[in-house]
Design a protein around this ligand. Structure first.
Ligand code: ATP
Ligand code: MG
Length: 297
């Protein structure tokens, strides 16, 4: 081990220790108003970048669209959350291991089956879900796109959300509508904004600045600028090759930006209630929202 490597190891150990104290996983939803803006690419590559920094990261694919995490990795998971809910599998058995040690739980309609569970089934499920807190430091949930009741509930249940938009006006207005719908119901969701597929740094900064100002002025909410990615052929190529761009094209602009966004995520100050939530807390919140008489939309 040379000196630099030793230093990296020390930093990694320290980080792991810091997260170990919190015991529960940090839950972050990745979402957008309009579809096809790069959520799944972001989630996957960000998880790999976080893992490389020493944070055990798990992805839950709650998107029922076409570009799923498994498709992006060219993997075919046998089981999903549905098998846990129906008691066919333990939670550990539905986790698929991706490149560089990232873990993911495939989509399927699993989460939505929760609503029909008996009390006893629910208790068994909760015991299983609690175990995810021991298996991951950070859990990222790819919610799928759109201002729908389910997406909003998934965001509301967590305290942190990464909203992705492209500079296209339709994408921006849909992202704004999504933030607005959430803020109307809960003021203190910690939103982070990512501008993807921008033509230039200037364009990314313009969109970012304007979005944040408008949200501050009209919704009275502070969005955190997480970062941006320019339009990058490396992302397109890696999607076709079913390989994450941070691994396939580590020197690409997109990969470098991704690493700096991953750093910003862990550097960002976490509030006390984000830390204590954990995955069990998240699912509990989600169930309350599912069962509540109030319509969120
Ligand atoms: N920075 C970028 N530069 C170029 N192409 C990109 C970039 N980010 C994403 N893409 C491309 O955009 C397409 C959509 O990306 P992705 O599937 O990640 O979006 P999504 O928001 O998850 O979509 P959906 O809403 O359908 O789930 C993919 O073909 C991907 O390669
Ligand atoms: Mg997707």
């Amino acid at each position: 081990m040379d000196q630099a490597e030793r230093l990296r190891q020390i930093v990694k150990d320290l980080r792991e220790k810091r997260y170990a104290y919190t015991q529960k996983a940090r839950i972050i939803t990745v979402t957008s108003g309009k579809g096809g803006v790069g959520k799944t690419n972001f989630t996957l590559n960000c998880a790999i970048a976080l893992n490389a920094m020493g944070y055990r990261t798990l992805i839950i694919d709650a998107d029922f669209g076409l570009s799923n995490i498994d498709v992006m990795l060219g993997m075919i998971p046998k089981y999903n959350l549905f098998h846990v809910i129906t008691h066919k599998k333990r939670i550990e058995e539905v986790i698929t291991e991706g490149p560089c040690g990232i873990k993911f739980i495939a989509g399927g309609s699993g989460i939505w089956e929760l609503i029909n569970l008996s009390r006893q089934d629910m208790e068994i499920l909760m015991e299983q879900l609690e175990r995810l807190d021991d298996l991951a430091d950070i859990i990222m949930i790819d919610t799928g796109a759109g201002v729908s009741e389910k997406v909003i509930q998934m965001i509301l249940a967590a305290n942190e959300a990464i909203v992705i938009t492209t500079p296209e006006p339709t994408s921006v207005t849909d992202a704004y509508a999504l933030v607005k719908s959430v803020v109307n119901l809960k003021k203190d969701v910690n939103f982070k904004l990512v501008v993807n597929r921008a033509d230039s740094v200037q364009e990314a900064n313009d969109v970012m600045g304007k979005f944040i100002r408008v949200a501050q002025r009209f919704l009275d909410v502070n969005l955190e600028p997480l970062g941006y990615m320019l339009y990058d052929e490396a992302v397109i190529r890696s999607t076709k090759q079913q390989k994450p761009f941070v691994l396939e094209y580590p020197r690409s602009h997109a990969a470098r930006q991704m690493h700096s966004m991953a750093q910003a995520i862990v550097a960002g100050r976490q509030r006390q209630d984000d830390r204590v939530q954990g995955f069990k807390g998240y699912v509990n919140q989600l169930l309350k929202l599912f069962n509540s008489k109030h319509k969120v939309l």
